[in-house]
Design a protein around this ligand. Structure first.
Ligand code: SF4
Ligand code: SF4
Length: 468
């Protein structure tokens, strides 16, 4: 035998329905090396991936109405979404936005299966659209990668793997900063990056944690996120039915498998559909939870059919009914129900955002002192908090309302009848109400108004004057 470490023989194991292909029988990881594939679905995915990555990186940098298109400024408890400004008081709106988006995803799944997973999920977009491409570029096609991993560590292998890991680390740091830019204004983030980490420990720890997680995911864990961690794949069997478009193998056309020059079905058992699969399954075994709907096997099989001069579509997008030769129904009761629920969630969110008050007023009675008696007078003290929810400064005026008919005379003194609030800021104004002790019998209403002088919007506030 020649000198040097003997090459390890690759184990041959075929995907089945009983065990996850990415885990070996001894519990070790079966690291996948999906083959490269070209075709019409890959071309479409490339466009979608490019657009989504560009949008992800650009959104915090695009100003709309003087603020980033998306910024959730946790430190200042403010959020800017496509020109709208929100404060922590608007947090409840998130429920309707998320429930509407959740139902939209459910509708999408019941119509087109896991199209989200294959085309738009950030895990797929970055893994397939960026990290695997770098791996292929540096380490070559599937066969070369398998040979390299099974062989000894040569100088060529070492530099390629080192370069790959170095690029991965740099990319993960970039993506982590891009993620943090959704929570910290980009101006601040750029300034923080130029000073010592100790000056902004919290942001530094978040970026480091995020970059570490991304590196673990994209360099090693990969498809295991979809197979083990993500709950959505497990939901899909409850969301799809026989009319849902899925990626499947046409058993009637493909079986029995045969060689191209033999009598039999159209599947020539070349296993191209298996080696391109990023989750390592054989779609010819039927629809499986591990299928992320990436369409690699569709393009791979179409390529084989083209070479043989046969009709494309042995593996294709179709419904279970379609594969059985029956007609597919697009609109079914479950799709209509999911769509209605999603539309309700989104409509409530849109309506709530559109009808939000430009400012908020809250009144608190001074704690521990419901009233005070001073000589022949009773005094109530309130703290009025006015919050400007606009992204520009506004002037507000506070005016006492005349007493209700039959109510005792009361003198209302507003400490600051006029205030100017900066964008998304608030202020608390003390309000004193004094009534004669002799005239007081029962609690009675008093009130005042807050007017936004910029928009003319008025809020009337009613309080209870109380005494002994
Ligand atoms: S079976 Fe086909 S569509 Fe499903 S994950 Fe594998 S390659 Fe992608
Ligand atoms: S790529 Fe098509 S022909 Fe080849 S094994 Fe898969 S289904 Fe059969």
């Amino acid at each position: 035998m020649a000198g040097g470490a003997p090459a390890r023989r690759p184990r041959v194991r075929l995907p089945d329905l009983e065990t996850p292909f990415t885990i070996n029988p001894d519990g070790s990881r079966n690291f996948l090396h999906p083959a490269d594939v070209r075709g019409r679905w890959q071309a479409r995915k490339n466009v979608v991936y490019t657009v989504l990555i560009a949008v992800y990186l650009a959104l915090p940098w695009i100003p709309i109405g003087g603020h980033p298109a998306i910024l959730v400024d946790i430190a200042r408890r403010q959020a800017f979404l496509f020109g709208g400004t929100f404060t922590s008081e608007d947090f409840w709106l998130l429920f309707f936005v998320l429930s509407g988006a959740g139902f939209a995803l459910i509708v999408l799944t019941s119509l087109w299966g896991r199209v989200w997973c294959g085309f738009a999920c950030p895990q797929t977009v970055f893994l397939e659209g960026v990290f695997r491409r770098i791996e292929r570029w540096l380490e070559g096609p599937r066969e070369a990668r398998i040979r390299r991993n099974a062989g000894p560590m040569t100088a060529d292998t070492l530099w390629r793997k080192t370069a790959k890991q170095a690029i991965y680390v740099a990319l993960c740091l970039l993506l982590a900063h891009a993620f943090i830019a959704y929570f910290v204004p980009v101006g601040d983030l750029l300034r923080w990056m130029r000073v010592s980490p100790g000056a902004h420990w919290t942001a530094f720890v978040w970026v480091a944690m995020m970059a570490g997680l991304l590196y673990f995911d994209f360099a090693w864990f990969r498809e295991q996120v979809c197979l083990i961690v993500c709950p959505y794949g497990r939901f899909q069997s409850a969301l799809i039915d026989d009319d849902t478009m899925v990626i499947g193998y046409d058993v009637h056309r493909g079986e029995p498998r045969s060689k191209a020059n033999e009598e039999g079905g159209d599947c020539v058992d070349c296993r191209r559909c298996v080696v391109v699969c990023p989750t390592g399954i054989d779609i010819r075994n039927g629809l499986q939870m591990e299928c992320v709907g990436c369409s690699n096997c569709v393009d791979a099989c179409d390529e084989v059919m083209d070479r043989l001069g046969w009709e494309r579509g042995l593996i294709r997008y179709d419904s279970t009914h379609g594969f059985a030769g029956a007609r597919r129904r697009l609109l079914r009761p479950r799709v209509a129900l999911y769509a209605v629920l999603g539309a309700i969630g989104l409509a409530v969110a849109v309506f709530s955002v559109a009808s939000r008050a430009p400012f908020d007023v809250r009144v608190l009675r001074t704690r521990g002192m419901p009233y005070a008696i001073e000589g022949k007078s009773i005094r109530n003290l309130f703290n009025v908090r006015v919050e400007n929810k606009r992204s520009e400064a506004h002037r507000f005026t506070l005016r006492a309302l005349p007493p209700a008919a039959g109510a005792p005379a009361v003198q209302v003194v507003i400490a600051q009848p006029e205030i100017t609030l900066d964008a998304l800021s608030d202020a608390t104004v003390p309000v004193f109400a004094t009534a004669g002790l002799d005239a007081y019998a029962d609690p009675f209403p008093i009130g005042f108004t807050v007017t936004d002088e910029g928009t003319g919007a008025v809020r009337a506030v009613e309080l209870r004057f109380i005494g002994p």
